[in-house]
Design a protein around this ligand. Structure first.
Ligand code: SF4
Length: 350
């Protein structure tokens, strides 16, 4: 069982972001924790949320690091209490990830997260250039990234992923190779690299509409991706998924579950759950989610039941994002044979 908790709060909206977030200067901590725990205890997420072997827990957002550490401790304690103790009893490590913004990572917070059970942190670094970070509306400066990693390691959290965004508009004159050098000098265990995309109704979309900036160009996108691929591979990282690279033994087990079609349960606004056949998702807006739970109603907005063909298509497009690819034998025999002339290895991955 893989569990995702969506923490929707951010202190401002980044220029490119269209995620389901609630911008708040004061986080309604008590209401959030109560709502999520009520959802956990209800029948809505299905029995898997309250039983089943718990392999990974992921606090995503939004900005989960805005929650005070004692709220994270309460959530984790309740989640672990509700789950089958199987993996822990067998001495297996449950991967517990917290997404964090660098400015929230202090030595005190890092120690409290570690004590609560967090053993992996995904840091939203994005760039090591202060001008770029301001353009993105990020609330941290470049110097905070190294300080955050130092604090996490000091607290005993060694498994640290850095997010970086590439293919920025040319006029920013972002030095992508310098950013990669800065990131690699910190030796994270994992890197997630995302090309900038322009989502409707974001500040970036509006800037482009009025000609204040340019959309990212495809040549730059390809060039910077390939630079990163070469650079990280040389440094011992493996691109195990198209946007994700890790040192050996440090793949994200949680995200790997999504790419391999395994069941998961999502709690919180906009969270998705999947049992292998049915996918359902919660109300997107925090207020609507909070109200539904407070009124004793279901937080589920809608669901879809996948046909066999849809399952097969998902297995193919998700599998093709990963280094494992898709075994040809897993593809329906209705599909054409692989083209002649491929050797055995290429046929296996076709
Ligand atoms: S911190 Fe993350 S979730 Fe929040 S606005 Fe920025 S990109 Fe979006």
């Amino acid at each position: 069982m893989h569990l995702y908790l969506h923490v929707p709060f951010c202190q401002r909206r980044c220029s490119y972001c269209d995620f389901s977030i609630a911008v708040r200067q004061r986080i309604p901590v008590g209401e959030y924790v109560n709502a999520v725990l009520t959802e956990l205890r209800s029948a809505d997420p299905g029995p898997a949320a309250r039983g089943g072997d718990l392999a990974t827990i992921y606090f995503g957002g939004g900005t989960p690091s805005l929650l005070p550490p004692d709220a994270i401790t309460s959530l984790l304690r309740e989640v672990l209490r509700s789950a089958d103790p199987g993996p822990a009893a067998r001495g297996e490590r449950i991967e517990v990830t917290l997404e964090a913004n660098p400015e929230d990572v202090t030595p005190e917070h890092a120690r409290a997260w570690r004590a609560a059970g967090i053993n992996r942190v995904s840091l939203g670094a994005q760039s090591f250039d202060d001008t770029v970070l301001q353009w993105m509306h990020r609330s941290h400066g470049a110097a905070r990234i190294g300080a955050a990693m130092h604090a996490l390691r000091g607290a005993g959290i060694e498994d640290i992923s850095l997010d970086l965004i590439f293919a920025l508009p040319e006029e920013l004159q972002r030095d992508w190779e310098r950013d990669l050098d800065m990131a690699l000098a910190l030796r994270p265990t994992h890197l997630s690299l995302y090309g900038l995309t322009v989502e409707p109704r974001t500040p970036l979309d509006r800037w482009i509409s009025r000609g204040a900036t340019h959309p990212p160009d495809e040549e730059r996108y390809a060039e910077e991706y390939l630079i990163a691929h070469r650079r990280l591979t040389t440094e011992g990282y493996e691109f195990y998924e198209v946007s994700n690279a890790s040192l050996p033994g440090f793949r994200s087990r949680h995200n790997s579950a999504y790419w391999s079609g395994r069941p998961y349960v999502g709690l919180g606004p906009a969270a998705h759950s999947f049992d292998g056949t049915t996918r359902r998702w919660n109300l997107r807006a925090w207020e609507a989610y909070r109200r539904a739970i407070a009124e004793g109603c279901s937080a589920v907005e809608s669901k879809e039941v996948l046909t066999d063909e849809q399952k097969e298509m998902e297995a193919i497009y998700l599998g093709l994002r990963t280094v494992e690819g898709v075994p040809f034998a897993a593809v329906s025999p209705r599909r054409p044979s692989p083209p002649p002339g491929l050797d055995h290895g290429e046929r296996r991955q076709a």
